[in-house]
Design a binder for this molecule. Structure first.
Ligand code: TYD
Ligand code: MG
Length: 464
């Protein structure tokens, strides 16, 4: 009889399991992400616990008959949402915290995950909820130092430094908090699994236990997951599919603002973002992100174009910058920061082929100012205009906003929610707006802003 394997290879990015090592993970296409680990015994993880609270009966206890339900038999109670004290966070979560949900907060180390969760704990405790903050990374002293920065804490907020999940389970049992924070999942371990904390199996099994605690007791658990680049530590994507909501913290560590983006949400829409700024006393909400993103914009500089991206329900103005310079080498350099590299290459190919610009002799650098990541196709036209503005060294009117999707034939295609984008531009004092001609037909004329419809990139470049 074949001996059962005692180890296997896991992708530390997505958790894919394989019997042999592979250079590239077939699931998430990450390179060199496979690590060898002992195989976990089949345990509770992955088995979804009863979802009774949503009105769906789980697999009942032995002996009880399992019966499918009619829609009319399912009662819908209003989920009670808990206010986090941050309007920006409430929106990203879909109007507040849902009791019994599991929320993953991912992001690079040092971006501010512990800070925002501590602030949320403080707000919740202040509104009378029982909160437990479990840290596996910092000592109580370090937590106290951070707490001192964010201000006085009132109410029932307790701290525990622990990494053993059995102990944590007991503590939660004893304290019965309404909300708990696990900082971070990569430091937690279960004794019955032989691999080290942070390994794929530990991270997955630990999350399984936390999910059972959350669902069976109606406790909301926030899990911190570091995005890791090196080593054998599993990344937060390993547990994305197990949790209800996945939030990622982004932003340039050197810039002070932070963006909280929801990439999965069982209780609300995804792609909503919350904007925060890191200050001396913790994170502060940014009410008007457009103003923030355009702060310090160079006037009359070539290669800079303002565009508008819809982030969930919210329009955000941002500056697209491009630098086109003659190449010194045979191979032109192309880079894209904050946007999709392949998209930039595609747009340059459109300019070469459809408008006959010899861009293969030029290096091109495209950047979304402020370090925000924006991948909306509505930015295409702005990228094209920024490239051409730099190429021709002609500045774009600083009062002009540009948006539209560019197709492979050089046509400018319609984008969604054009009216919201135009309104945001008006609100921010822009005087003209270049947009797809097809969108123009559906828009009522707006006072105070000139709308210029274009149907292809050549027409748009003609405006320079
Ligand atoms: P932290 O929340 O510890 O990051 P993470 O948990 O994601 O690793 O944030 C650390 C950074 O934030 C650190 O560089 C210090 C800075 N910071 C402030 O600027 N102001 C503050 O009030 C706090 C608490 C932290
Ligand atoms: Mg931390």
């Amino acid at each position: 009889m074949a001996k059962a394997r005692s180890t296997a290879f896991f992708c530390k990015e997505c958790g894919y399991e394989s019997a042999k090592w592979m250079g590239q993970c077939p699931a998430c296409r990450a390179w060199n992400s496979m690590v060898e680990e002992p195989v976990a015994k089949k345990t509770a993880a992955g088995a979804v616990p009863s979802l009774g609270r949503t009105g769906i009966s789980g697999s009942g206890a032995a002996g009880t008959r399992i019966r499918p339900s009619l829609l009319s038999e399912i009662s819908l109670e209003e989920e009670d949402r808990i206010d986090t004290g941050f309007g920006e966070l409430n929106r990203v979560l879909g109007d507040g915290i849902v009791a019994g949900s599991l929320v993953l907060v991912g992001g690079d180390p040092g971006i501010g995950k512990s800070t925002i969760l501590l602030q949320v704990c403080r707000n919740l405790a202040g509104s009378g909820l029982k909160v437990l903050y479990i840290s596996g990374e910092e000592s109580l002293k370090q937590i106290k130092m951070r707490a001192n920065r964010i201000g006085p804490v009132e109410g029932d907020l307790k701290f525990l430094c622990e990494t053993n999940l059995e102990q944590i389970e007991q503590a939660i049992e004893a304290e019965q908090p309404k909300v708990a924070v696990i900082d971070s999942i990569q430091t937690m371990y279960r004794e019955d699994i032989s691999s080290a904390p942070g390994s794929v199996s530990q991270v997955r099994e630990s999350t399984g236990i936390l999910m059972q605690i959350a669902k069976s007791r109606g406790i909301t658990i926030f899990i911190v997951g570091h995005v890791t680049k090196e080593g054998v530590v599993a990344g937060p994507r390993v547990l994305e599919h197990m949790v209800d909501t996945v939030l990622y913290f982004e932003g340039d560590r050197n810039a002070s603002y932070r963006i909280l983006r929801s990439v999965k949400n069982r209780f609300g829409s995804t792609n909503e973002i919350g904007v925060f700024e890191m200050e001396e006393e913790g994170l502060v909400e940014v009410e008007n992100p457009s103003e923030y993103m355009l702060d310090g914009r160079p006037e009359e500089a070539s290669g800079a174009v303002v565009s508008c991206s819809m982030e969930g329900t919210r329009p955000i103005l941002l500056e697209v910058q491009a630098l086109v310079a003659e190449t010194n080498f045979g191979m032109p350099r192309r880079t894209a920061a904050g946007t999709d590299y392949n998209r930039v290459n595609l747009l340059m190919a459109v300019l070469e082929k459809r408008c006959r610009y010899q861009l293969s002799r030029f290096d091109a650098y495209v950047n979304i100012a402020g370090g925000m990541r924006m991948n909306e196709p509505a930015l295409d036209l702005a990228i094209v205009m920024a490239l051409m503005s730099s190429y021709k060294d002609r500045p774009v009117d600083p009062g002009m906003l540009i948006f539209g999707e560019v197709g492979l034939s050089g046509e400018v295609r319609a984008v969604s929610q054009a009216a919201q984008r135009v309104n945001e531009a008006l609100k921010m004092g822009f005087t003209s707006c270049v947009l797809p001609k097809v969108c123009l037909g559906k828009l009522k004329p707006v006072e105070g802003i000139r709308l210029i419809g274009v149907s292809n990139v050549r027409e748009a470049i003609g405006l320079l």
